[in-house]
Design a protein around this ligand. Structure first.
Ligand code: SF4
Length: 393
């Protein structure tokens, strides 16, 4: 005799319970249920998941590295970085013991270098406090440096199949559309509600009997459900032009059914970008280039760059500014192609000048060093200055 499942099981939660109190149960007959979402998503994921290298492993270290790299960075960019990193630093012990310079070099080009530094800090904690074994408990994972609620949930669910929720940009998009949730997802109340929805879904995945799933991804239902939500957001429920016609959740999706998929999520408009301009000087003497390491406590600390100064006056002329700064005549400088890049809300232009340094010692040399082309190649440069280094070849 089979026993009836308790009514409080999260697989049977009607997710409209978690909708805004301002619109309670407005569409109770049509809103999808947790069990329904799980039953639709898991088979879809089993047949539609992209082949990604970190999906071939259950090693929490490898999954953790992929999750940190994927923050702010596209999958196709991350793949070669992840593969190179795993070859160079295959486990938590090798990362803990690596020189910081090597860690930064492996990260070079991914940006947001605090992520790389935190990876190493966390690896050292795992070695010192967990005997070198990556912790399984979500709270212990969350306590590691650089790991927030999303990353802890991702590692615990993907590596250990634990029913921990995840909420990233892709999942927010899917959930706000599925339930037509109005408001800014960063706003406290809605954000808490989205976490509860994500929790109910992964809880339902954990409780769904395997026999009820036509095809189950080998990673386990919690892992598969969380990855399926992200995968759906990345490949089907995209920010522009979601392909609802092929979506496994289309039948119950409130935004799609009302023809308003692109109206969600309703994030606040971003602050306008700020333009910034720098003059960068590539000084050359005896076949070597003057480079300096960025100090601690600043953005991109520890990375290398060519000497540079910010131009606070938008009308300032780059050669004249460099001449005054370095004590060289303006005719000493040859402009190279400007380099443009963006960091957070800043749109940055680097006016790049090249000059021979001559024999006279310059003030700028005090905090810098001369490096030949091979050394420049081996040092970890900020992304923009690596592009300048390539202009020299
Ligand atoms: Fe997104 Fe469309 Fe699927 Fe709804 S039906 S979850 S809007 S892709």
């Amino acid at each position: 005799m089979t026993r009836a499942r308790p009514q409080t099981s999260s697989a049977h939660i009607d997710l409209t319970d978690l909708l805004s109190p301002r619109m309670p149960h407005r569409q109770p007959a049509t809103a999808p249920t947790a069990a329904g979402i799980v039953r639709a998503l898991l088979p879809w994921f089993a047949t539609h998941a992209r082949e990604l290298p970190w999906r071939r492993t259950l090693d929490p270290y490898a999954i953790w590295i992929s999750e940190i790299m994927l923050q702010q960075t596209q999958v196709k960019t991350v793949i070669p970085y992840w593969e190179r990193w795993l070859r160079a630093l295959p486990d938590v012990q090798s990362l803990a013991a690596a020189p910081e310079e090597r860690v930064l070099k492996l990260w070079e080009g991914l940006g947001y270098y605090t992520r790389a530094r935190n990876l190493q800090k966390a690896a050292r904690e795992v070695v010192e406090q967990h005997g070198g074994r990556f912790p399984r408990e979500p709270a212990a994972i969350l306590a590691l440096p650089g790991i927030g609620r999303y990353t802890a949930g991702a590692i615990a669910s993907i590596a250990f199949n634990q029913p921990t929720p995840i909420l990233d940009g892709n999942v927010i998009r899917v959930l706000t559309r599925l339930f037509a949730l109005a408001g800014d997802p960063k706003e406290k109340q809605l954000n808490a509600r989205l976490w509860r929805l994500a929790e109910a879904l992964v809880g339902a995945a954990a409780e769904t009997p395997h026999s009820a799933l036509r095809i189950l991804h080998s990673a386990g239902p919690c892992s598969a459900l969380n990855q399926a939500l992200m995968e759906l957001g990345a490949t089907v429920c995209t920010p522009r032009g979601p392909t609802c016609l092929v979506c496994p959740l289309a039948a119950g999706c409130l935004a799609h059914r009302s023809g308003r998929a692109e109206d969600f999520p309703q994030a606040k408009a971003r602050a306008a970008a700020t333009e910034r301009r720098f003059v960068v000087v590539v000084l050359e003497r005896d076949g070597k280039f003057l480079v300096r390491q960025r100090p601690q406590q600043v953005v991109n600390a520890g990375l290398w760059e060519f000497p540079n100064e910010e131009l606070t006056d938008p009308t300032a002329e780059a050669c004249a500014t460099a001449a005054k700064w370095l004590g060289l005549p303006p005719r000493a400088f040859t402009p190279l192609k400007p380099v443009k890049h963006s960091i957070t809300r800043y749109r940055i232009t680097l006016d790049v000048l090249r000059a021979k340094a001559g024999r006279k010692r310059l003030a700028v040399e005090t905090s810098a060093t001369w490096a030949d082309a091979t050394a420049v190649e081996q040092l970890a440069f900020t992304s923009a200055h690596r592009r300048i280094a390539r202009l020299l070849v």
